[in-house]
Design a protein around this ligand. Structure first.
Ligand code: NAD
Length: 514
């Protein structure tokens, strides 16, 4: 195997037979980076022996945990160990019907009649209970989804509580949200969420819907249902009236049954663009309102005048943390030619220091890929990049023997027509391209079917305003990346969906105005 030494890292050019992570078929030009033991830390595992996992999680309908009509259950796996954590109930159309009926009853009899200030009190109570149990919920989120404890503890859970607090505040102030108009709830909302931020996506959906007086049927993703069921326990503890929130678990068929139910007023969906398109067809010709938060292929643009170290740190957190399982991940990097070599060198050095492994370890930067299916998808797209002639640089971080893992990687020599420049990889893989002028940067950044987010790195405030106004992306960060706050609206253009979540804008999809 040819090997040449670089200043601080070893670069290994893989031979034809060697496979990356055991799965890449033809690694033509891949380089592995290794910083050896230099950056190793002693293990710092988060305790999880106190976590009370139930062997079986039932459906949450009408304020009670009930068995699914079909009697069927499926396993929820810890992607870091491949161990079965629990069995999850599989809801079918009959369970969905019960859940929708229960939500309708609660809407008519209790929730829509309750004054906003009383609804707000329930939301405050839920927010406080989430804070109280946040450590336990963070550990569960990490065990069930593979994300690092650093992220679930320091980002997900604080934001989950903050969303409930924020929308609790709006519940009795809707007349100020829409001055001069009357806001009425829509009725029953069917809400479907993905696996990358399970509790946070639940909070994004439930908190504004409840604040506006709607009742909900929530369907979590099939690989990450456990924390949603613990949230259901919190609803019971908060004495939320029965049926105001119902949680049904299952995969695509369960979601489809929810979308197709005739007594739903509103569908809110976060997930892939392909499923979003199916939902658009399913609700066409009905009175159901629809909002879609879909995929993305964000460009992070680094200009020559940018603070390069800060930019590289932002790029790293924008694509590698949460294993790249972020819809707004900065998965394309556009670098102005004059700083290309410097950026690549820093990027290469930095990814070699990222620690991949046990997500419950507080030092881990990159946890487990959420499922085998997702890992296969990442490997297939990386393979396509190699086949199409791009050059792969990859950390040689030692990956655990069990579980689903992918090392932090980036491609250079990427052209706009490569699949890795167009399709969402949803893994820790970055595609780097160059540009010469600001106009070229804008054109390249907008050259994607998506329009969810983007990042701009420059020292010049005027340049930020000029570029941002021309980027077709719902969220643009300047000299920072992936920063969230419940007061800020979030959502996309083009194939990234429509409608906004968060902030005052996030109330609009859940009200009828007159
Ligand atoms: P997915 O579309 O496969 O699944 C999302 C949810 O939809 C899951 O709960 C799933 O069970 C359900 N579902 C699947 N088929 C369905 C159908 N036919 N009818 C109704 N429901 C169905 O997406 P995923 O793989 O779980 O999540 C990753 C995707 O989500 C990525 O594309 C990512 O960009 C996107 N995402 C977007 C945002 C955003 O805010 N824009 C946030 C997180 C994730």
């Amino acid at each position: 195997m040819p090997r040449k030494n670089l200043r601080r890292s070893a670069i290994v050019v893989l031979d034809q037979e060697k496979t990356l992570n055991g799965r890449v078929a033809v690694p033509l030009r891949a380089r592995h980076l290794d910083f050896g033991e230099k950056w190793s830390y002693a293990p710092a595992p988060e305790a999880h022996d106190y976590i009370k996992l139930q062997p079986r999680y039932q459906l949450f309908i009408g304020g009670k945990f009930v068995a699914p009509r079909s009697g069927k259950y499926f396993a929820s796996i810890n992607p870091a160990t491949e161990e079965k954590l629990a069995e999850i109930a599989e809801a079918d159309a009959r369970d969905i019907d019960l859940a929708v009926k229960s939500a309708r009853r609660a809407y008519k009899n209790v929730w829509s009649k309750m004054p906003g200030r009383e609804r707000g009190k329930f939301l405050y109570r839920i927010a406080r209970l989430i804070q109280e149990k946040s450590r336990e919920l963070a550990v569960l989120e990490t065990m069930d989804g593979g994300k690092t404890i650093k992220e679930s503890r320091d980002i997900d859970l604080p934001l989950v509580a903050a969303h409930f607090f924020y929308y609790a505040g709006w519940a009795d102030k809707l007349e100020y949200a829409f001055p001069g108009r009357t806001a009425r709830p829509l009725g029953v909302a069917g809400q479907i969420i993905p696996w990358n931020f399970p509790l946070l996506m639940a909070a994004w959906k439930l908190a504004p819907a409840l604040a506006c007086g709607n009742t909900c049927v929530l369907k979590p993703a099939e690989t990450t249902s456990i924390t949603a069921m613990h949230l259901a326990q919190i609803f019971q503890e908060a004495e939320l009236p029965d049926g105001v929130v119902n949680i049904v678990t299952g995969a695509g068929e369960t979601g489809k049954a929810l979308v197709d139910h005739s007594d739903i007023n509103k569908i809110a969906f976060t997930g892939s663009t392909s499923v979003g398109k199916l939902l658009t067809q399913a609700v066409a010709g009905t009175n159901k309102r629809l909002t879609l938060e879909l995929g993305g292929k964000a460009a992070n643009i680094i200009f020559e005048d940018a603070p390069i170290d800060q930019a590289v740190e932002g790029i790293i957190s924008g694509i590698y943390f949460n294993q790249g399982h972020v819809c707004c991940a900065g998965s394309r990097l556009l670098v102005q030619e004059g700083v290309f070599r410097a950026v690549i060198r820093k990027l290469r050095d930095r990814i070699a220091t990222l620690r991949v492994g046990n997500p419950l370890d507080k030092n881990t930067d990159i946890g487990a890929i959420n499922s085998r299916m997702q890992l296969d998808k990442i490997c297939e797209l990386v393979d396509s990049g190699l086949q199409q002639g791009a050059e792969l640089v990859q950390s040689s971080a030692k990956l655990p023997a069990k579980g689903y893992w992918y090392p932090p990687s980036f491609f250079t020599g990427v052209t706009a027509s490569h699949r890795i420049a167009q399709e969402e990889i949803f893994g820790p893989v970055l595609s780097v391209m160059t540009f010469r002028t600001p106009e070229e940067a804008i054109e390249r950044a907008n050259n994607t079917p998506y329009g969810l987010s983007a990042g701009v790195w420059t020292d010049k405030g005027s340049k930020i305003f000029k570029i941002v106004s021309k980027l077709r992306a719902g969220v643009v960060w300047a000299n920072t990346y992936n920063k969230f706050d419940p007061t800020s609206p979030f959502g996309g253009y083009k194939e990234s969906g429509f409608g906004r979540e968060g902030g005052r804008h996030g109330l609009l999809p859940y009200v009828a105005l007159s």
